[in-house]
Design a protein around this ligand. Structure first.
Ligand SMILES: [Zn+2]
Length: 139
């Protein structure tokens, strides 16, 4: 039997309190001094009847976000049965947060592109492709 002090004990740090991963909705909670079985944790996730992700807010912001991404990756690995190991999850979470921090405009543009793609996207891609093909044939 595992023990976890998973009751949120500080006000939420984010304005959202749900994380949608695959078909599930995880409740996002911030738990100060997150401990499981005597071990201090940065974050934790639960599956089952009430899926949840808990993150300890006492660390620097980048560590908190990395812990959240880390737990999201565990959830993805679990739900899609891809069996990521702890090291893979840790490296991917750290690298994704670093990439996000260093490329904020890229992520903003990707979001904007997804929400509002150019109406003639296929035409733009096709015209560019055929133009490149013509140029290649003329070389
Ligand atoms: Zn982990």
């Amino acid at each position: 039997m595992t023990t976890l002090n998973s009751e949120p004990n500080i006000p939420p740090l984010f304005s959202i309190d749900k994380v949608h991963i695959g078909p599930y909705e995880y409740e996002l909670q911030f738990v100060l001094d997150l401990v499981k079985d005597g071990h201090t944790l940065y974050g934790h996730y639960d599956t089952g009847e009430t899926p949840g992700i808990q993150v300890d807010p006492k660390y620097p912001p980048r560590r908190i976000v990395a812990a959240l991404v880390h737990e999201i990756l565990h959830c993805v690995s679990n739900e899609f049965a891809i069996n990521l190991n702890e090291r893979q999850v840790t490296v991917m979470a750290t690298a994704l947060v670093d990439t996000y921090v260093r490329n904020q405009n890229l992520f903003d543009e990707m979001r904007s592109f997804l929400l509002n793609p150019p109406v003639n996207l296929k035409e733009i891609v096709y015209n560019n492709f055929t133009q490149n093909l013509r140029e290649a044939e003329n070389d």
